[in-house]
Design a protein around this ligand. Structure first.
Ligand SMILES: C[S@@+](CC[C@H](N)C(=O)[O-])C[C@H]1O[C@@H](n2cnc3c(N)ncnc32)[C@H](O)[C@@H]1O
Length: 234
């Protein structure tokens, strides 16, 4: 599975949109390993939460297109929605992109293939609006996030692309707790996490909800142990 072209995105875009990084490429590699399985499975509705540059959903649209029904992407960041649209066009694939918070407007149990590389870095909070009301010393404990205090609204959107809140799990927990509502009965979910997110806890929670989860790929990069989970209903 070739990485879709994204050379049309510029450093100006990356002031507002998450630039494809090792985590993005690990998820792409994991999906490449799963391609045969997915082609046999024939997912009708495929959706990426948080496409950023759009390379992952565009790759899926390119390599699963001959039998799938629709490719969707939702991102809270309007710049990411625009980047995803441009990436899908540059790669001649059709992706429907919606600017919204997670899946608030989706029909229940409609997603056959769900993919997400969420904001996973542990920070004090993922809610950057409320952060401004917390006393200085107790705000984000990740030093990088100090920049939030001086940042514009679009910079905050960029911070939201990696700031995962407590244990890096604020968005991950929100998605998992809505999985029964989101996924179609035979749906599959590929989720990228890091070791600090506590994969064992996540997998235990999923088990109690009736989902099977396996670690299908991992990679250690500087300072991060990236993991891809494959999640299916038992
Ligand atoms: C780590 S980036 C991943 C981007 C891209 N999928 C990749 O792998 O390169 C996380 C993405 O999730 C989006 N995001 C964060 N919180 C979100 C939310 N509540 N609803 C929808 N998208 C969200 C961010 O704007 C960002 O584009």
């Amino acid at each position: 599975m070739e990485t879709p072209s994204y050379s049309h995105l510029t450093s100006e875009d990356y002031n507002h949109v998450y630039e494809p990084s090792e985590d993005s490429f690990l998820l792409l590699d994991a999906l490449e390993d799963e391609l045969l399985f997915l082609r046999n499975k024939k997912p009708l509705i495929c959706l990426e939460i948080g496409p950023g540059s759009g390379i992952i959903v565009s790759a899926l649209a390119k390599y699963l297109d001959y039998q799938s029904h629709g490719f969707f992407a939702v991102d809270i960041n309007k710049y990411a929605c625009d980047a995803t649209l441009r990436t899908s066009k540059a790669n001649s694939v059709n992706v429907q992109i919606i600017n919204m918070d997670l899946l608030s407007s989706f029909k229940p149990n409609s997603i056959d293939l769900l993919v997400c590389n969420p904001p996973y870095v542990p920070t004090f909070t993922n809610n950057l609006d409320s952060v401004c009301d917390i006393p200085e010393q107790t705000k984000l404990y990740d030093e990088e996030a100090e920049s939030v205090y001086n940042s514009s609204k679009s910079d905050k959107m960029l911070i939201k692309s990696w700031a995962g809140g407590l244990d890096g799990c604020e968005i991950i927990n929100r998605i998992i707790s809505n999985l029964d509502y989101i996924l179609a009965p035979n749906g599959i979910f590929y989720l990228l996490i890091i070791k600090e997110n506590n994969p064992e806890r996540i997998m235990k929670t999923l088990k109690t909800m009736g989902y099977e989860s396996h670690q299908i790929k991992d990679r250690k990069i500087r300072g991060e142990h990236l993991i891809v989970l494959k999640i299916t209903k038992t």
